[in-house]
Design a binder for this molecule. Structure first.
Ligand code: SIN
Length: 481
């Protein structure tokens, strides 16, 4: 493969081939300069229904393969993704705006889920349970749930797909992926590589279109789908949950966050700055584990603010393809407007902008620090999903814990301290699925990723990641005398 263009495909992949139903197409734009990267056929709800039929028909034979056979195909897919890392990174950067180094990092991260679950699926063990009478023998088996609908976001065009479908495919489920219409090219390119790796027809399908609500509705309401795995907003997660109620689908929901990062007086300030920079500005703040609120204790506040501001002022905005750029464009104009509104709201309520605070044409927002943040400001309760870092001052440990937990969300949280006892106390009281202590970057295929409260349900990655894609079947053998 010589150029990324050879990995750009313009239609959905269903039943082992490039397929379109209608003739309508939509533009996929580069958020850096709003130029058109290419067009893709725009499919609707009925098309999704057909892809589900195909995945359903393919299920029986895929699940009958041995774990070892499935694993070998997954590992081949993993290798192909690595072989095409440069082209995939370029596609990802073009359609998402992500700096190239981060795109390459995402490819390593996303591919790692494939390798991990290719191995884990071989250890999808059941149990032998002592019989409850002398003539009984009891075993449990873990069986694939069936067809999985994966609904994935634009902020991780590759990793959010592999994190969901690698465990599903590894245990014998078949999948229909509905990627974001902002980033379809990465999704189609990896489906192509999966086809080269040898997945049988109908096992892995990708449907692309611009009507997420109708496409999602089909996945949720169709009886042939056993499970939905979704990453996106809490608002949409709730809609999908209610649409899935009638068929009692299994659900994995990885939803919004409002991550606090707490810096205690006893913290190593340089480590805290490093954590805050990584945790806040990864992909320009557009991840659901990105730091939303920085809470700094009064004794270290001024030093932290001074050093953090100096570091943020050095960040460079620009095209993700330029290697010295740290912050690319935001995904769309709605995101820019949201940054402007949050900044205006904070200023009106007493916040002071120390750096940044403005949109830059066509689709950038400067990395921004707002001090004197308070709990009446919009970002105290709502996810920013952009490069604004609000700093709240606090007095006591109990204040920090109360402020950190004062949200409906419970995905990621972070804190910095050198006090061993405090590290245990605070960790125990944070109402979050993920806690980073003296660390701002917590994602990996080996860990269980997921939230509590309105941040969702289920865990992705790690030894727990297979659980969401299997049913436990209990078998009782009687009359054994
Ligand atoms: C997300 O933003 O949805 C995922 C972030 C991650 O995997 O680190």
């Amino acid at each position: 493969m010589s150029t990324y263009k050879e990995l750009l495909f313009d239609r959905s992949f269903v039943n082992g081939k490039w397929t379109n139903q209608g003739t309508g197409k939509f533009d996929v734009k580069n958020p850096f300069d709003l130029s058109v990267i290419g067009q893709v056929h725009d499919e609707d709800r009925t098309f999704v229904g057909k892809a589900i039929d195909v995945a359903h028909a393919a299920f029986r034979s895929w699940k009958s393969k041995s774990a070892k056979e499935r694993s070998a195909i997954l590992l081949k897919w993993f290798d192909l993704i690595h072989q095409h890392k440069d082209e995939l990174a370029q596609i990802m950067t073009l359609e998402s705006g992500k700096p190239l180094a981060e795109s390459k990092g995402e490819i390593d991260y996303g591919a790692a889920y494939i390798q991990w679950f290719a191995e884990e699926a071989k250890r999808n063990y059941g149990d032998v349970i002592p019989g409850f009478t002398a003539d009984k023998r009891i075993i449990t088996l873990k069986e694939p749930v069936g067809v999985v609908g994966a609904i994935t976001p634009w902020n991780f065009p590759l990793a959010m797909i592999t994190r969901k479908i690698a465990p599903a495919l590894a245990v014998g489920c078949t999948v229909v992926v509905r990627p974001s219409e902002e980033t379809p090219f990465t999704a189609l390119a990896i489906n192509y590589l999966a086809d080269l790796a040898g997945f049988p027809k109908g096992v892995y399908n990708t449907v692309v279109g611009t009507d997420p609500s109708e496409m999602g509705k089909e996945l949720c309401e169709n009886k042939k789908v056993a499970k939905i795995s979704f990453t996106g907003s809490t608002k949409v997660g709730k809609i999908l949950m209610s649409q899935s109620a009638n068929t009692l689908k299994k659900l994995s929901l990885e939803l919004g966050g409002n991550a606090p990062l707490i810096v205690f007086d006893d913290a190593d300030v340089d480590l805290a700055i490093k954590g805050a920079l990584g945790g806040k500005f990864r992909f320009g703040g557009q991840t659901c584990v990105c730091v939303n609120r920085i809470l700094v204790q009064e004794g270290i506040h001024d030093l932290f603010v001074e050093k953090f501001t100096a570091a943020v002022k050095k960040m460079k905005l620009g095209s993700g393809l330029d290697t010295d750029v740290n912050i690319g464009p935001l995904i769309n104009q709605r995101a820019i407007r949201r940054m402007e509104e949050m900044t205006e709201d904070a200023i009106a309520k007493g916040g002071k902008v120390l750096t940044g605070g403005k949109a830059v044409a066509p689709q950038f927002f400067e990395p921004t620090i707002i001090i004197d943040a308070n709990e009446s400001m919009e970002f105290a309760q709502n996810e920013i999903f952009g490069p604004i870092a609000p700093i709240f001052k606090f007095k006591t440990e109990q204040d920090a814990i109360r402020m950190a937990n004062d949200t409906v969300y419970g995905l990621a949280s972070y804190f910095f301290t050198n006090d061993l006892n405090r590290s245990w106390r605070v960790r125990e009281q944070l109402e979050y699925g993920i806690v980073g202590i003296n660390e701002g970057l917590i994602s990996s295929e080996v860990v269980p990723f997921g939230g509590v409260k309105e941040s969702g349900q289920g865990r992705e990655g790690s030894k727990y990641g297979l659980d969401s894609y299997v049913d436990i079947k209990y078998v009782c053998i009687g009359g054994v005398l």
